[in-house]
Write a new protein. Sequence first.
Length: 301
Amino acid sequence: MDENIKSSKIRESFTDRIFLIGVYTFLIIVLLIVLYPLIYIISASISSPEAVMAGRVWLWPVDFSLEGYTEVFNNSDVMRGFSNSIFYTVAYTVIAVVLTVVFAYPLSRKSFYGRTFLMFFIIFTMLFYGGLIPEYLVVKNLGMLDTIWAILIPKAMAVWQIIIARTFFQTSVPEELVEASEMDGCSSLRFLWSVVLPLSKPIIAVLALMYAVFQWNSYFDAMVFLRSEELFPLQLELRELLITQTESGVNMDIAEQQKREQLANLMKYSLIVVSSLPVLIIYPFAQKYFVKGMLIGSVKG
């Protein structure tokens, strides 16, 4: 039996083998191009300031040192910004996912009156944006300047995420299931909570990951709408720290100024690792839902 299976195996032609070799070679090159900057940043962050400034770090750490991380974590402003970013990310993700699901599910049902007009209006906002000044005036007139709501509310929903969620609901929640629940006396809200949400774990994970990564990496809105340093997210605190480290050496002697520049250069890599670490930790746990939700949500028709 095994011999028959082996003999029935399709043999690859010479051109197929050449093609596969070319594909694997290309993928390995792409992997190295993507992987090298990550390895370099991590290696530079745990090297000595002198080695980083001199350009002696190429692949592996040189003169192992945690001075950059020590400076980062001993700074109270960075720790405050870290806690603020965690709060903003969690709160924003919860608000955005809830609003997206509540908005996208009715648009997925054929019985919802006016869904075509609403979908056109949503897509219109994606193509035409008023600009920063109108957005600033709206936030100011609503009294949200220099408050946490300026970070959580203005971009609480994204058009692309609404389209993905709506498509997922269309393909995963059949109309027959909705009609059966209505015949049993199930309300729309109860159906959404008891039936739709348990079936929608993949797309909810996708939405949560998208919104969380967006908010964690966001800094521009905070730079525009916030004035109090107590509300600054991590990204703004890191920016202020680097500026302070650079400007503090202006009135020092040459040796001290050079040491300060070396430390500031080292801290750039330590700060990149610190700011990227939460996303790198969360992503492996959400990856399977992310891939499944993206594939299902991308089916059109």
